[in-house]
Ligand binder design. Structure first.
Ligand code: NOJ
Length: 691
């Protein structure tokens, strides 16, 4: 039982404010050159723009045969060498060459905007934009624009096909955008669809020539120690982009197809998602890049008062450990009695939500086979939804709803309105969705245009009913939470659940030291940290491969605005370390990566939303290590207390995960603390302002 699919077979009105919008329309801008070269070169026209700090430079040109191509440099070093751009269609002629530039414009943007939640409260959008209007010189004389935005942290570009007489209905058969590197970098990657279809593979690192078709975000390390990440932003009514290794140092965009082989069905006018390249001097700059969010649209939801980032517990881990079942019977987890006990525990310990899986009819038998037995409005008879909802309301706790579809997307869509209406009536304002199946509707990929459309429909319908979404087995994140701030968090990687049943033994210790620089670049992840009990027996012999202190540190390392304390409540009772889980926030006004080596260790400090206290998480792979942390990021005029939760002397993830030392000391911006992390260990620190 190798993968998740098989295992399931076995059993403030925070508005987005544009604070400042400073736009310059400036064709005369210094960084812009139009150079008309003579015909003895192989390039006809070149357009160049630079990032606001002049570091990153984008060059667009047409080859002698009118092929659009781009290049990217950073501090004069080549990042992307000449790479072609274009599209092929099912019925229309391809659009790859024979173009001329009919016009171009440059814009400079310098704006800041506020997030309702996130890893930063305020985000700066500072970039230079180049729009190139292209037209075929003969034949149908079709038009396409290519829009580039160069930021200090990288590049985004997209294609726009205007409405035009000779291009109307379009079936895209291939996107031919290339990403050509000047030399052979290493890359952290997961394969497309071969292990499973929802990104739940372990990341591997290899030279780029040893890859196949890989998912984005794909993170590259250059020989001179730079880091690059290729991904996309604002994936709207289009197929996901994956990367196919084609030839020496070159990837080409490979769009995920529909079952019939077409990649995208569309009609002019249309635009593609942004193709993005983050350029970073160190791993931490990947994490703090805001390029993806800047390339999404502002919120479409005006009243955000109902969106509540928070922490939750759930009737969940018990199912994965086979203590409970999702389906009816003696071990049914989602009973009225059990749920009330979870609600009591949540209320006593300050958790806002209680997730209840297996509350609805449809789980009996092999629920993963087809999903069409699921009702999203009919509870099992031993789950009294009305009584439970009013009990929860009395206790100041909310139920978190659950919609497992087993991939039956259309079946779910047919019930969507009724399902959200019911939850809204019951005071539920967050729903976890799930799509455990190789395909949606038995034939379409999760990350195809079909999937993209489905997931968007769910987010939009949920917003109508004031419901936040936590989406498992999703299409990868592309920053849509800016436009739909009710898209709180997603799975889309191997989470804690693998430690219950994975037949490879669970997530190896390095897994969480890779995620911040790969999967997490696509947005928040519902990893579900917080395991305190390490002695459970799992059918496959899987186990949590961390120490207890590392579980705490994960709350600061892995961002999720809905953050779970995933263990059984009884495993938290009487444990001093639980204090950290209760206190740690789930959203941050500021984030700093203090130190990191991908796959080895990470130290992240985050400031709470009120911009007062800091929380620090340090984690390591299977190696024991000492890390010196300087607190120079603290306000030098203030005093602080640090509550430190660190691995006990004898702790190690393999045989002795429990020992944890909890201590307190006064610190300030001059303090330096040496952390000693056990093999598979970590340290969590709460740094409180002394007032
Ligand atoms: C897979 C999800 O990742 C997991 O959290 C959930 O418990 C099961 N599906 C059942 O819906």
């Amino acid at each position: 039982m190798k993968n998740k699919f098989n295992i399931k077979t076995a059993f403030s009105n925070a508005k987005l404010n544009h604070i400042m919008n400073f736009k310059i329309q400036a064709l005369s801008i210094l960084t812009f050159f139009v150079i008309i070269l003579n015909s003895c070169t192989n390039v006809d026209e070149i357009l160049t723009i630079s990032s606001p700090n002049n570091k990153n430079q984008l060059t667009f040109s047409l080859s002698a045969s009118g092929e659009p191509q781009y290049e990217l440099t950073s501090s004069k070093k080549s990042i992307i060498t000449t790479s072609k751009m274009g599209f092929e269609f099912v019925e229309n002629q391809k659009m790859t060459n024979g173009f001329k530039i009919i016009n171009s414009e440059i814009d400079s943007v310098n704006t800041t905007w506020e997030q309702p939640w996130g890893e930063f409260k305020t985000i700066k959008d500072q970039h230079t934009k180049l729009t190139v209007h292209l037209q075929e010189t003969s034949g149908d004389k079709r038009l396409v624009d290519i829009i580039f935005k160069v930021f200090n942290d990288g590049l985004g570009f997209r294609y726009y096909f205007p409405e035009q007489p000779n291009l109307n209905e379009v079936k895209i058969s291939n996107e031919l955008t290339e990403f050509t590197f000047p030399e052979e970098h290493s890359v952290w990657w997961i394969p497309v669809h071969s292990d499973n279809s929802y990104y739940e593979s372990l990341y591997r690192k290899s030279p780029i020539s040893k890859t196949e078709t890989i998912n984005t975000p794909a993170t590259f390390e250059t020989k001179d120690g730079m880091y690059l990440a290729i991904h996309e932003a604002n994936l709207t009514d289009f197929a996901s982009m994956t990367l196919r290794y084609t030839e020496k140092n070159k990837f080409q965009s490979e769009l995920v197809p529909w079952a019939d082989g077409v990649k995208v069905y569309t009609k002019t006018p249309f635009e593609t998602p942004w193709r993005t390249i983050i350029i970073a001097e160190n791993p931490g700059e990947l994490v703090t890049s805001t390029l993806m969010l800047n390339l999404n649209e502002p919120s479409k939801i005006e009243d955000l008062s109902w969106i509540e980032p928070s922490k939750y517990i759930g009737i969940w881990w018990g199912m994965h450990l086979e203590k409970y079942t999702w389906g009816s019977g003696e071990k049914h987890g989602a009973t009225t009695k059990n749920t009330k006990e979870y609600i009591d525990f949540a209320a006593e310990n300050g958790f806002n939500g209680v997730l209840v899986e297996g509350w609805n009819v449809g789980w009996d038998g092999d629920w993963t086979a087809d999903g069409t037995s699921f009702s999203f409005t009919q509870p099992y008879p031993d789950f009294d939804i009305e009584e439970i909802s009013s009990y929860a309301a009395k206790k100041g706790v909310r139920l978190i709803g659950h919609h497992e579809t087993a991939g039956a997307a259309s079946h779910y869509e047919n019930q969507l309105e009724a399902a959200f209406e019911l939850y809204n009536k019951m005071g539920v304002n967050a729903v976890k969705t799930g799509y455990v199946n190789k395909y949606l509707d038995k034939k379409e990929w999760h990350d195809s245009q079909f999937g993209v459309r489905h997931y968007r429909k769910v987010i939009e319908t949920a917003a109508k009913y004031h419901i936040m979404i936590d989406n498992h087995e999703p299409v990868k994140g592309t920053g849509l939470q800016r436009t739909y701030p009710n898209l709180m968090t997603q799975e889309g990687a191997r989470g804690q659940e693998y430690n219950a049943w994975s037949n490879d033994g669970g997530n190896p210790p390095e897994h969480t030291t890779i995620l911040p620089f790969t999967r997490m670049l696509s947005g928040p992840m519902d990893f579900t940290p917080g395991n305190f009990g390490f002695d459970y027996k799992s059918v496959q012999g899987a186990k949590v491969q961390t120490t207890l202190a590392k579980q705490l540190a994960l709350y600061a390392v892995l961002f999720s605005p809905l953050q779970m304390a995933s263990d059984l409540p009884e495993n938290y009772v009487g444990k001093p370390a639980f204090k950290f889980v209760k206190e740690v926030p789930s959203i941050w006004s500021e984030t700093k990566v203090l130190d990191a080596k991908i796959g080895e260790y990470v130290v992240i400090a985050r400031k709470d939303w009120e911009a007062k206290n800091w929380y620090l998480g340090a984690i390591t792979n299977s190696e024991k290590r000492e890390i010196k942390v300087s607190f120079s990021f603290l306000d030098s005029t203030k005093k602080y207390t640090a509550e430190i939760y660190t691995d006990g002397k004898e702790a190690n993830y393999k045989s002795n995960p429990y020992p944890i030392d909890i201590s307190k000391q006064n610190i300030d911006s001059e303090s330096i603390i040496t952390l000693i992390l056990a093999p598979g260990g970590g340290t969590a620190i709460k740094v409180s302002l002394v007032e």
